[in-house]
Ligand binder design. Sequence first.
Ligand SMILES: [Zn+2]
Length: 353
Amino acid sequence: MLLVLAGEQSVAQSTNTFKSRIFHELDFDKPGKQLGYLRVPQSRDGGAWSTIEIPIAVVNGGKGPAALFTGGVHGDEYEGQIAISRLARRLDPASVKGKIVMLPAVDLPAALAGRRMCPIDGRDFNRCMPGDAGGSFCQMLAHFIETAIMPQVDVSIDVHSAGNSMEAALCSIMHWVDDAKVIERTKALAENFAAPFNVVFWGVDETATVAASAERHGTLSISTEIGGYGRVRPDAVRIAERGLENVLKWMGIIDGKPDITQPAGGRTRQMMVRDQGSYLFAPSNGLFEPLFVPEQKIRAGELAGYLHFVEEWAREPQPVEFPIDGYIWMAPGSGRVKQGDVMAVIMQDYSPA
Ligand SMILES: [Zn+2]
């Protein structure tokens, strides 16, 4: 197979004129199933022309909508890596109408290290979009996804699971956007992904994420936060696998009706985190003892936990209270917190006003 470069490459002296330094052997328009790699150049001691090979699958069944499924954007979040690679191996292009592009371990070096931050360049991949063709490893890869993949898909599902530092209620997530129609369409996508919760949220730092890239391209998009604490939850893997297949059915890419049933009955519960008033930030450095778990119902003014100061053994722990009523969306997983770290995020039932 011919080596295909990412778009027309114009290599000039300035890095800003690169289309991409990443190369691959995939043909996104070719019918059938291709399991391959994006080759990201990574010159190193002992490997002048070395590349880091990022797994990618394209399943193309001809005319129809196109979906992008990404996992391992954070290396310490595992359910998406399992669910997407399993789906890529299993999908038969003969049963597909349209196209599915799957990257089960986007930040592969971080995934292999079980870390949030990329060990190659120290970056959080989900803070690198739209990337830079002449930038670091994560920036190059982000630029490729932004310019070569996102424009060709109608829907994007980015599977996260909160990582080592937090544990989340089992949920899909989406941003507040100005367009009410986009909000409703995205909520419908989430209801068909069918995690127990869907959270329309205000985030601390969301402009450079994969979800933000999808929004820039007008691509219908949700992410997830299923589980966390750097482990694999069996129920979260099942939610991811069913959810991805549900979305393919809902889009008409594969046959069948989405299974959107919930163990507790009803449908996905639509929630929101409207602004920073829903976040409990650490008032000082310390060891946080939480008195709550994800999905727990809580009240404003209720005791959330204690900050302990182990180096000052005679000092009483500092009590910390919840700022608003609601349910725990994110609980902390790291024990030690620094001033300004998030110790809890509270979700409430969705209301558009
Ligand atoms: Zn993540």
